[in-house]
Write a protein that binds this ligand. Structure first.
Ligand code: 9D3
Length: 245
């Protein structure tokens, strides 16, 4: 999987790529990630990447030339990407399905916005899609780009080790995860649920599935509404409903 990330804060992005599963994926050679300093694609003495907005108003807008030049250079040196993504509060919400789609493309360019945003013609000229990571304000596209790289990279074979199954990730299954416990069995007056100490794997599986369903019902009923539930799940949800009365 190839990523090219264009930013005015390359060190911020490099720092986020230097740890954890993404770092390991790069070291293993299954991830090929380049970070590009937008200022390298400027032509003026001050290496300007922003300018005042036409029509007036507060803040600055990212100039189109450096961004389009960066995309052209990336296409020439790295090949035509499957998608150019602008990280932007105006974008569609990034989710697990989007991560799966991007993973299938093999090569994604990520443009990180700063200031009030970028000149709209960049999006038209490079055929970009806009993605947001959620309904809250962060200061620019760098952290959102790292979120996208992380979520997509986890799906690339060889990035996540045997220990943590990508298949079992809560969003991959459509439910929130069940609670987790480790030793000691009693801690500060709080005991681990006895079934987890019982050694009855069938009972443990059932308890975990029920706990996941109960949590999802409580915290994210929107997920439960679209989850693929089988007959056993319906029985567990019935039990949960009855225990609540
Ligand atoms: C203070 C500026 N705001 C005026 C209405 C608009 C604004 C512009 C740029 C708000 C945030 C940003 C910077 N954020 C992003 O570039 C961004 C983002 C986000 O803030 N939230 C969720 N996803 C994303 S993806 C890129």
């Amino acid at each position: 999987m190839k990523f090219d990330i264009v930013t005015i804060f390359p060190r911020m992005v490099e720092a986020g790529l230097a740890e954890g599963v993404v770092s390991r994926g790069i070291a293993n050679g299954v991830l090929d990630i380049r970070v590009h300093d937008l200022r390298e694609f400027t032509a003026d003495r001050h290496r300007s990447v922003d300018d005042v907005p036409y029509g007036g108003g507060p803040g600055m807008v990212m100039k189109p030339e450096p961004l389009v030049k960066a995309c052209t250079a990336i296409a020439e040196t790295r090949g035509t990407p499957g998608a150019v993504i602008v990280l932007s509060p105006q974008g569609r919400r990034f989710d697990q399905a989007e991560a799966v789609r991007l993973g299938g493309l093999g090569h994604v360019v990520l443009l990180c916005g700063r200031y009030e945003g970028m000149d709209e013609r960049v999006l038209e000229l490079v055929g970009a899609e806009e993605l947001s990571i959620g309904d809250y304000v962060v200061s620019g596209g760098e952290l959102p780009a790292l979120v996208v790289v992380d979520a997509v990279s986890r799906l690339v074979p060889g990035v996540v080790g045997d220990g943590q199954s990508v298949e079992e990730d809560s969003f991959a299954r459509g439910l929130l995860d069940h609670p987790h416990y480790t030793r000691p069995a009693a801690f500060a007056g709080h005991d681990v649920p006895p079934v987890l100490l019982s050694g009855h794997h069938g009972d443990v599986r059932r308890w975990r599935r029920k706990a996941a369903l109960a949590r999802t019902l409580e915290r994210r009923p929107d997920l439960l509404a679209v989850a693929e539930l089988d007959a056993d799940d319906r029985v567990l949800l019935d039990e949960i409903a009855n225990e609540r009365t």
